[in-house]
Design a protein around this ligand. Structure first.
Ligand code: ZN
Length: 113
């Protein structure tokens, strides 16, 4: 389950930011997750709750923002939206697609005290 290491990465980032900027408590973490990132959000929530114990983010709310999957279709020569990696183009059905967005995950914002 790679969600555990993702959650640890998030907490690390949050703790570093807390140290640098001097806040004591993190209330909410907004996390952007691309549809194509292959992240199980329920598993991630569970891991997040576990790894934030005894950190500045203990009890913090995890707000997940879904980003659409985006790809460039070579047939249409246009940007299209896809739900899953290796999906065909929703317009022309071609598999000649290049993923251009939605495979990333990042902390967008923190609400702190
Ligand atoms: Zn197409």
């Amino acid at each position: 389950m790679h969600e555990m290491s993702l959650a640890e990465g998030i907490v690390q980032l949050v703790e570093d930011a807390a140290r640098d900027e001097g806040y004591r408590k993190v209330r909410t973490v907004w996390l952007e997750i691309g549809k194509l990132a292959g992240v199980e959000t329920e598993a991630l929530r569970f891991c997040f709750d576990a790894v934030t114990r005894d950190t500045v983010a203990e009890g913090a709310r995890l707000e997940i923002i879904d980003l659409p999957g985006q790809a460039w279709c070579m047939q249409c020569a246009d940007q299209v939206e896809i739900a899953e990696l290796y999906d065909p183009c929703p317009v022309c059905g071609s598999f000649q697609m290049q993923v251009t967005g939605g495979s990333e995950m990042r902390v967008k914002e923190l609400e702190v005290e």
